[in-house]
Ligand binder design. Sequence first.
Ligand SMILES: C[S@@+](CC[C@H](N)C(=O)[O-])C[C@H]1O[C@@H](n2cnc3c(N)ncnc32)[C@H](O)[C@@H]1O
Length: 302
Amino acid sequence: MNTENLSVEDFAAWAASELEKVDLYYGHGSQDAQDEALWLASFIADFDYGDFEDGWNKVLTADQVKLGRELVENRIKTKKPLAYLINQIWFAGHRFYVDERVLVPRSHLGEWIVDCFEPWVNISRVSSILDLCCGGGSIGISAALYFDNADVDLADLSKPALEVCQHNIEAYELTQRVKTIHSDLFNNVHNCYDLILCNPPYVSHVNMAKLPQEYRYEPEMALVAGVEGLDSIATILNHCAQHLNDSGSLILEAGTAAPALEAALDQVPLNWMMSASGESVVLVISREELIEYQTKIAKLGL
Ligand SMILES: C[S@@+](CC[C@H](N)C(=O)[O-])C[C@H]1O[C@@H](n2cnc3c(N)ncnc32)[C@H](O)[C@@H]1O
């Protein structure tokens, strides 16, 4: 590659062609090699991912090209997700700091946070939110940014993850209304909320063994949840009603455990929210429904 007068566009084309030569997994913040090359190019050129109208024709300095080459080589050699190599991820239109203490944020919930979960949630009734299993805080912090009058608590069992979360809360200057709680699911959560958001671990042991190398850099406790992937979800569904206000709801990502959950709760009419990509792995359930179906939900185990 001729590194003289290289534009962002030229660099992105080169990076995509290099990434495409090898067997890499995408899905930790990018869709494919092209998408990842654009993200990487925007990072080295120091503009926001997506802001290509301004950034596309920028000419890169020699140092920027060197950094970009090193990142491409490193990504290929280690298969480490790009987010960890550059300590950033874009989620629901906002940038977050990430490192290997937390899962790389990619929850489906990001698709709906930007619209405050309408029509499932009435924004005027939401003044308190819990992000349970918060990791680096992308869901709860994004919720605080879109529900700009709500107080938001973020809970996780991992202290290292909560350190990253706190860093992100401070970066967005949200310390007045956003707080972390160190808690094993609801054990140390003492409040009730209008909205609980949760992207828990939901990978079954069998699926965990099949995941590509990229996932091996993520904390195992952020992914694995028992034989069917339902261990955390079962406890959450069983205890959630106690932590919701009267008209409150839980929005829960079940991911690859969605079919097992659907089968285990076949007597319960679960309301799956369909994503733009056609996936139905996030469910919305009200406090009333959690109480109405509690006997059936209890069969999931505690
Ligand atoms: C799938 S990750 C989601 C992280 C973040 N919400 C996101 O979407 O990027 C699951 C999170 O649950 C946390 N976790 C695992 N077991 C937990 C437990 N028993 N209580 C609270 N958090 C737990 C992990 O530390 C991890 O941060």
